[in-house]
Design a protein around this ligand. Structure first.
Ligand SMILES: Cc1cc2nc3c(=O)[nH]c(=O)nc-3n(C[C@H](O)[C@H](O)[C@H](O)COP(=O)(O)OP(=O)(O)OC[C@H]3O[C@@H](n4cnc5c(N)ncnc54)[C@H](O)[C@@H]3O)c2cc1C
Length: 483
């Protein structure tokens, strides 16, 4: 067997001596042989995600077409104690889809059918491998809105979104993936299939099994179908990019809008000058951005054009009162697309500009955002590192990208980065925040779990895991430090 990098084998998962030809033949009987892949060249893309986690190859990659095929695979894997890692489209930022102990990767990429946009019940039923943007577009054709929009929406799968409870820029107004799920079909670790919930907007029948699977990062079941509720698609949208001198002014804007103007924008995001300038440079974009230290992106939307316009004027006025310079206004699809392309490219831009990036994804209560950003700039100075914060001030979620410059030695920087992250998370927890708002724990943030949760909370989560997956077949090496 080829030695692969990865975590130390445990008693539960000793090193696989390769999977036997008999085992592979049985998999091929369950799925068509061309969808059971062992060619190492073809496995490479399935050994990593978009995080800096050390890649680890699976022994076999399977691309099933339906829940029944997955159920067969899981039963066989459990018989033989072979770990199974579910995978969407591998855009995760926490190492969740990396098969830490090898074994089987189940990719949902061929389960990419939108089953039904139900205009009578305002619901959509979909297989998990559908790209998030495709689902949005299919709903929009019927004037319906699936509003959860991770910046990776053109590349990630809806099943991955459910498994990580993905958020996005519109979370301030609309919430996150889990807020739209009304039904889930999933294959559990014993190979049984559940079809929970459905096209129901309310359901108080027993425990909420949807919310046990949402955000479970492939450790409790494999999601094979989801039903989401939809809302009406807004007719009009206006975006404003407002330059402020400080982020505190941006937070004041959010609070002022909601408290005094009773207005909830769809989006309130911030980007520091260095972040937006880097994106414009990489994209060759000539947005007329002002010289504010911080840019706040506000999107307003609604069904009535005049109302949306009035709201935009109210936002611009309040911005001005708080000391902002002239905003960039995007009121048509072309200018909005330019603005959003720039916003959504931050993470990719930083990866292009720096040889190594560690992406943290903290969340704090809204009022602590300025203090948190202030703490980041202290960390930056004290440890002499580059930190680029950006993200969702509307919901307290700040992406903190620690970037290594080419001039910095890798090993030394990595050691420093661990100290920076530790101090950051200690601070965040102290002010009532958490380790991750939307990327999940995966394998990368496992070491931080004890900082964010109490022993009792971790023990309760471990009991849920044990009850649903007693042999730890599903995605071992994720979430829990000891599994
Ligand atoms: C440039 C960029 C921008 C991003 N922006 C955002 C953002 O704005 N908001 C955000 O929330 N995330 C963001 N992400 C992170 C990532 O896109 C999300 O976590 C996304 O939900 C992952 O989807 P995926 O299909 O790529 O899943 P994968 O990376 O393949 O898997 C992610 C996790 O879900 C599990 N999983 C996948 N499919 C299933 C399934 N069917 N059943 C059970 N478990 C499953 C995997 O085991 C793994 O633990 C970004 C990533 C990048 C690279």
């Amino acid at each position: 067997m080829v030695k692969k990098p990865g975590p130390e084998p445990t008693d539960l998962f000793p090193p696989l001596a390769g999977l036997s030809p008999g085992f592979i033949s049985r998999l091929k009987e369950l799925c068509a042989p061309d969808r059971v892949i062992t060619d190492p060249e073809k496995l490479i893309d399935y050994g990593h995600d978009e995080s800096p986690e050390t890649p680890h190859l699976p022994d076999v990659l399977i691309k099933p077409l339906n829940a029944e095929e997955i159920a067969g695979i899981i039963k066989l894997a459990r018989e033989e104690m072979v770990p199974v890692t579910p995978r969407g489209l591998g855009t995760g930022l926490a190492g969740g889809a990396v098969p830490s102990y090898g074994g089987i990767v189940i990719s949902t990429e061929l389960m990419n059918r939108i089953i039904q946009v139900d205009t009578e019940n305002l619901m959509v039923r979909t297989q998990p491998g559908v790209i998030t943007a495709h689902l949005q577009n299919a709903c929009q054709e019927h004037h319906l809105y699936y509003p959860v929009d991770p910046a990776s929406l053109e590349e990630c799968s809806i099943g991955g979104n459910v498994a990580t409870n993905a958020g996005g820029a519109r979370a301030f107004k609309y919430g996150v993936t889990g807020d739209y799920v009304t039904g889930i079909q999933a294959v559990l670790a014993d190979g049984s299939i559940i079809n929970y919930g459905g096209k129901l907007r309310k359901n108080a029948t027993g425990y909420d099994l949807n919310h046990i699977l949402i955000g479970s990062e492939g450790t409790l079941g494999i999601i094979t179908e989801t039903t989401f509720r939809l809302v009406p698609y807004p007719r009009y949208q206006i975006d404003l990019l407002i330059p402020f001198h400080s982020l505190a002014q941006g937070v004041e804007l959010v609070l002022g809008l909601t408290r005094e103007k009773r207005l909830v924008p769809a989006v309130v995001e911030f980007i520091e000058q260095k972040g937006i300038a880097a994106c414009c440079q990489v994209l060759n974009e000539t947005l007329p951005i002002g010289d504010g230290a911080v840019h706040v992106l506000v999107e307003l939307e609604g069904q009535d054009q005049e109302e949306v316009l009035d709201d935009a004027i109210a936002v611009a006025r309040l911005g001005q009162e708080l000391g902002a310079s002239e905003p960039v206004i995007a009121d048509n699809p072309a200018s909005q697309a330019r603005l959003w392309k720039t916003r959504r490219s931050i993470a990719k831009t930083l990866k292009q500009l720096y040889p190594q990036v560690i992406a943290e994804d903290i969340v704090v209560p809204l009022a602590f955002i300025p203090e948190t950003v202030q703490f980041l700039s202290e960390l930056e100075k004290r440890f002499n590192v580059v930190i680029v914060p950006f993200g969702h001030i509307g919901d307290g979620n700040i992406h903190v990208d620690l970037c290594r410059t080419t001039a910095t030695e890798k090993e030394k920087w990595e050691k420093t980065a661990v100290r920076v992250v530790d101090e950051l998370i200690d601070f965040v927890v102290r002010v009532g925040g958490q380790i991750t708002a939307e990327h999940g724990i995966g394998s990368l943030k496992r070491r931080l779990l004890k900082k964010g949760l109490t022993e009792n909370e971790i023990a309760l989560m471990a009991k849920i895991k044990k009850a649903l997956d007693p042999d730890s077949i599903l995605n071992p090496g994720k979430i829990f430090p000891e599994m």
